[in-house]
Design a protein around this ligand. Structure first.
Ligand code: GDP
Ligand code: ZN
Length: 315
């Protein structure tokens, strides 16, 4: 049998077949050995092959294989074990919900989020919420930001979860796809999800894994079927969308407008900082690249350097 993992508790996995039949599955020991770095070798969103257990309670199975993932998001444990944990996989679209105020979403945060999405290989869409309360100046700001991010290839939609404005557009993008919603607390994630699918409320509480208590806390994701043929993965753990390890040299590749120009830089390992004949800096001077994007790039680079220094000290 083949199905999709909808829920995981760390030892049991809820698997739904394409016909909608639900099985509670366990994994074979060998997966645990193979996935020694991961506490959870199987994640929500995985396509798995499983066998149905005979002579036991109804609808129980054993997962025997995992199909190759198109992508996955990880969460690093904060303790010394430095374990990584796959929280969800096979995500088509990640929606970032943005508000200008109450709470503010700063460009640096948006850029960091987009870098992470690029590194994970997940399509990102920006939703500017609460446009029903913005004054003229704020609407201009939304327009400016949307134009900035559209220019570099990201879809942007101004919405109001409250009035329903452009929610149909969002639903259209979600149809037949697996989506994740992200954004600061208070931007309207719950309100939006409710506007998309009345009655659906997603968990936000953290669930701790009993077996790992005291040394490791895990947040489990869960997938939901929506009435119009879309699926949502609820992942409380990536509210801020985790930061992935990115090499300094590859960071620029996750800024699409930098990546495009890189072949025109004099040095093929150009970091776009002080190198001569840097196509990125030239474009920046011509104002073809936004300063806010370049600033975010430098900030992330600095953060990475700090990260390396810290890691070297502790080892
Ligand atoms: P979450 O923390 O991201 O889940 O945010 P909530 O959905 O709880 O929303 C936070 C607050 O913003 C609530 O008071 C909502 O009523 C309000 N809110 C959400 N979306 C909109 C919107 O489109 N317009 C307005 N005016 N308020 C909104
Ligand atoms: Zn360069």
């Amino acid at each position: 049998m083949t199905g999709t993992v909808y829920k995981s508790t760390g030892s049991w996995y809820t698997v739904k077949t394409d016909n909608g039949k639900v099985y509670e599955c366990r994994i074979k020991g060998k997966f645990r050995i193979k996935g020694i770095k991961n506490t959870n070798p199987v994640s929500v969103g995985d396509r798995v092959g499983f066998s149905v257990e005979k002579n036991t309670e109804e609808n129980r199975g054993i997962i025997e294989r995992i199909e190759e993932r198109t992508n996955y998001i990880i969460r690093k444990s904060v303790n010394l074990s430095k374990q990584t944990h796959i929280i969800a996989s096979n995500i088509d679209t990640v929606f970032l919900i943005i508000t200008l105020n109450n709470p503010p979403t700063f460009p640096a945060f948006i850029d960091r989020f987009l870098v992470t999405a690029e590194a994970y290989g997940i399509k990102a869409v920006l939703l500017f919420n609460k446009i029903d309360v913005y004054d003229e100046e704020e609407l201009l700001e939304v327009k400016y930001l949307a134009a900035l991010y559209r220019k570099i290839g990201y879809e942007c939609i101004g919405i109001s979860a409250k009035t329903g404005k452009n929610i149909a557009k969002v639903k259209n993008l979600m149809k037949d796809k697996v989506s994740v919603f992200s954004g600061h607390s208070g931007v309207g994630k719950s309100t939006l999800v409710n506007a998309i699918e009345p009655g659906l409320s997603l968990k936000t509480a953290e669930i701790s894994d009993q077996h790992q208590q005291g040394q490791h806390t895990t947040t489990f994701a869960e997938m939901f079927d929506l009435s119009f043929g879309a699926r949502i993965i609820d992942t409380p753990g990536i509210k801020g969308f985790g930061v992935v390890d990115i090499e300094k040299e590859e960071l620029g590749d996750y800024f699409p407008e930098f990546f495009e120009l890189k072949p025109m830089c004099k040095f093929n390992n150009c970091l776009h900082i002080n190198e001569p004949k840097c196509a990125v800096k030239e474009a920046l001077e011509r104002e073809e690249i936004a300063w806010s994007r370049y600033k975010s790039y430098l900030q992330i680079l600095e953060g990475e350097e700090e990260h390396y220094r810290k890691n070297n000290y502790s080892e």
